[in-house]
Design a protein around this ligand. Sequence first.
Ligand code: SAM
Ligand code: SF4
Length: 323
Amino acid sequence: MGTHPMEASSRPVFEYLRLSITDRCNLRCVYCMPPEGVPKVAHAQILRYETILAVVEAAIAEGVHRVRVTGGEPLVRKGVVELVRQLAGFPRIDDLSLTTNGVLLARLAAPLREAGLHRVNVSLDSLRPERFTRITRLGRIEEVLAGIEAAIRCGLAPVKINVVIIPGENDDEIEDFGRFAQERAVDVRFIERMPFQAAAAAPFVPQEAVLDRLSRFLTLAADDTRNGGGPAQVFRIVNGRGRIGFISSRTHPFCQSCNRLRLTATGVLLPCLDSREGFPVENLGQEQLRTLIRDLGARKRATGKPCARFEGARCVSLSDIGG
Ligand code: SAM
Ligand code: SF4
């Protein structure tokens, strides 16, 4: 794994900021939300874009150079294209991405690209229309597939497809997802399901089992040239076009190399997905924000705990915090 960023004291603790811009979503994925959705936060409590941009400015001054827009579903928030345009205007951001369920992407891919977005991650847990609708409770797969094609067409590259494999639900599609990446210039990334409360016991399929099944028909070569240097382990498909990635918080915890800072939709900074407390940003000026981010960095450096325990964590669903 090499030297992790927190050992190399010359590197900032936080290099990557994830912005959850809404808690709302047009889907209700079974592992993310209860059928009725999570209790909606009042509009007035959702951070204004102005405040989000102030946090971004302070975070950049403290070393952040990668930013991801997420949610809830970020594309349901009005003005998201303009937000992206403003973010793209910060010269220090060298990686500007967005995570979406893809439902509205066919329409928004080109405007987002034009506004300066570099790339997208699209969540897709089944390639079978009926099953996709069952897992998302509301979604239509044709819309998401059209969104993925639009993203590829307008150069939001690399397009990454996030798949959460759930035993007994979609684990019979591992090979199909492998072929999806073999045939297209996309990264398919298998994410081990995390045990949030909405996911109860959260059975998951470990990385090694997925890799073993894919290796029967894909020739995979470890790929270190991957975009972004995040927690994913990435393999190039030698006998195909795309790549395969794994984000395995349960079998390969990556806490020790985590350089992420998160801002929730209600304006709380979290140094870790597992944080028990949040730090509100509303009404803080640049100096105060920078001090807060430095303090959170010191806390993060001081904690040596393993990932993905989530006992007593503040986060009950990734829809608030943004995954
Ligand atoms: N709505 C957007 C989407 O679905 O891509 C962005 C937000 S969503 C919370 C971000 C990512 O978190 C998605 O890829 C989703 O699959 C993942 N996610 C949600 N709950 C999860 C869980 N319990 N374990 C692992 N991943 C989860
Ligand atoms: Fe919505 Fe994304 Fe959660 Fe699915 S994973 S319910 S699309 S926020």
